[in-house]
Design a protein. Sequence first.
Length: 368
Amino acid sequence: MRTLRSTAAAGAILVAAVLGLGGCGGSDTEEAPAGFFGVAPQTTLTEADTAKMAEGGIAAVRLNVDWSYAQPNKYPWYVWDYFDSQVTAAVSQGLEVLPFVYGTPAWVSGRPTDLPVGNGKDLKSWQTFLAALVDRYGPKGEFWKLPENVKSKLPVRPIRTWQIWNESNFSYFATPVSPEQYGKLVDASASTIRDKDPGAEVMLAGLFGSPKGPPSKAVDADKFLTELADHVKKSSFDTIAINPYAADTAKLEKTMEAFHSAAEKSGLGDKPIEITEIGWGSGTGNAFVKGSESAQAEQLTSALGYLVGAREQLGLQRVYWFTWKDLSEAESTCSFCYSAGLFEAGEGLRPKDAWDAFESLPKSDPSS
């Protein structure tokens, strides 16, 4: 099954040379700055995973903190076991952790997508949970003082940036799709987080570039950001974010230019941008899957090369590839998620051609 791997990887490297690793504005030798690449996994991470990430030039992982899992009932008794394990796996290998906090529990509202701003009680419950998160993982967090972490000499890397929700411009993740309601959530979240950690940073949800659906359920990222700017305090957040899924690099470029332009026109041009999800699969079925491992690898090289080359023009700070490992089609939660990984599904680490292509991207040495 892996017999074509070296040939496909060579093809991806050739694509890198032809494209100049930069699409518009790049050059043959341009390197990604240290810390530029992260990954957004969809599977449980082990230290073997995070060690491979660090070895390959990945600096950060974006992890979901599921409120409904961590607080299954209204009492302030939290289930931290899963997120503890993921933070441990990441920081043990020197990786930063970007949590996106999402998922309204059933005792608050009927759907996990419901923004917890329907009434003051819902919002207070959300703020209480955020405060508990910072108390556990922030600079004075109890997690870092746990006896097992002290004994193992786990590196202390407090979480200082918190991403509020995911794809708030798309009803698959947010109901209602409302810049006004989401702005209310961001303002309240920032107040709570900074009360616990004055130096913490807040990141907006990664907005889906061009979601499909009626205007009440799906709004393009640039339009949503423009409207959001009128309903949120600009001091409430430090970074804006986008998940610019696109059929190819040309469409990605148009999405990013429109988003950057919207940020500047909305008075947010001083805020850095992070891409908190981007990826293509190696399977078949729609525009987000490329049909083969070699085609996925070539698309990765093209897209990430463009983003490295355009990063200063776009104000781009970091890019997270979605995702780390494939899933079986039965496990997949979206039409391309099952094949978007850099490694095959299942136990162990069996690299796909996309991993070879990623490793081949020029990157600055973080120690230099």
